[in-house]
Design a protein around this ligand. Structure first.
Ligand code: KG4
Ligand code: ZN
Length: 332
């Protein structure tokens, strides 16, 4: 069975094709650059850019698999930016109508959880715990099976990627903030500023990052922002604080739930300090850590096509809108 996957929930326009015999046979991702000037995603610009790029993405994947071979179309219908999601949905519906193939609407978060399974070289059995850390989400989820998820903890305010992006802006660095902070943090001293580790003493697996961001804001007001060494020190101290919280909550949840396998997903999973700390702590506790390929950690359509292939029983020809800005995992 051949599944076309479509992803437009935020600032990536992505299409991919999954063949149930061969796995992912084609994938194409366009990461929108127009938001860099604003230090964050501007919803209307995102929708407009999806409109202008999505046909080009279809042409890219068509070169690997003729469009008339497609048996079904899976697309992200939430959670995400409504205008952006509607572009993907409308495109999926138009193709479904013209090709006469059914549609499956996919929850973006659920797709992230199953993304490591796309790679046949990764040996991953249920149950496992995933730390999903991106610009829009920060959550710890126990994945018991397809459709069986337990949200163990989540951020009560900013997502961790959002915190990286906002701190980067405060420090006069670029967007997206994560890679910029990681780069300058290498030249800084992580102990030079004692930023808070919010909720680290709290027994729940929930997190909070807005207070940490505010602490960085106050620190930047008291220093000379033209001093590059200070910027590197603040970046290193911030990165140290946020990764301490993420690692602590992740390992605590795995121990508490007696799960011996953890997965890192989302754009922040690319952070080398986070990976180093998770690997060290997990190894010490006898927990296996899985890092999916980076292209399957960040937003992509391969994960949408793959999950669509697992959910073939949910397909329909209905053309009403299923787009949802919020769509909790528990409702999948
Ligand atoms: O998963 P993703 O590509 O898109 C969504 O937000 O859905 O994640 C993007 C986020 C951004 O906030 C970006 O700053 C962060 O991931 N990020 C990083 C790193 N690379 C990307 N954060 C920390 N360290 C990194 N190396
Ligand atoms: Zn995502």
């Amino acid at each position: 069975m051949i599944t076309l996957g479509i992803e437009t929930s935020c600032d990536e326009t992505a299409l991919a094709i999954h063949d149930s015999d061969k796995g992912i046979i084609s994938e194409s991702v366009f990461s929108q650059e127009i938001h860099a000037a604003y230090g964050g995603v501007v919803p209307e610009l995102a929708s407009r850019d999806h409109c202008s790029k999505i046909i080009g993405m279809l042409h890219n994947v068509e070169s690997d698999c003729a469009i008339d071979k497609i048996d079904q179309i899976a697309y992200t219908s939430g959670p995400g930016l409504v205008g952006a999601l509607l572009v993907g949905e409308n495109f999926a519906q138009g193709l479904s109508f013209s090709l006469g193939v059914p549609l499956i609407n996919i929850n973006h978060l659920e797709a992230h959880l199953h993304a490591p399974k796309i790679d046949p070289s990764i040996d991953l059995d249920y149950p496992f715990i995933t730390l999903l850390v991106s610009g829009g989400h920060t959550m710890i989820v126990q994945v018991n099976n397809l459709g069986d998820y337990e949200l163990l903890g989540e951020t009560r305010d900013d997502a961790s990627g959002e915190a990286f992006d906002k701190v980067s802006k405060l420090l006069g660095l670029g967007y997206p903030g994560g890679p910029e902070i990681q780069k300058v943090a290498k030249k800084g001293n992580p102990s030079s500023f004692s930023f808070p580790r919010p909720m680290i003493q709290d027994k729940s697996f929930d997190m909070s990052f807005s207070g940490l961001k505010t602490a960085v804001l106050y620190a930047t007001k008291e220093v000379d922002k033209t001093d590059k060494k200070i910027i590197c020190d603040i970046a290193a101290s911030f990165q140290s604080a946020i990764t301490d919280v993420l690692v602590h909550k992740l390992i605590l949840s795995a121990e508490n739930k007696k799960i011996d396998c953890i997965v890192l997903a989302g754009g922040v999973a690319a952070n080398d300090e986070l990976r180093k700390k998770v690997s060290e702590k997990a190894k010490a506790k006898g927990i296996r850590t899985i890092y999916p390929q980076l292209k399957y950690c960040t937003d992509n359509a391969a994960m949408i096509a793959y999950l669509g292939s697992l959910k073939a029983s949910d397909r329909s020809f209905a053309l009403e809108s299923k787009v949802r800005a919020r769509w909790p995992l528990q409702e999948c």
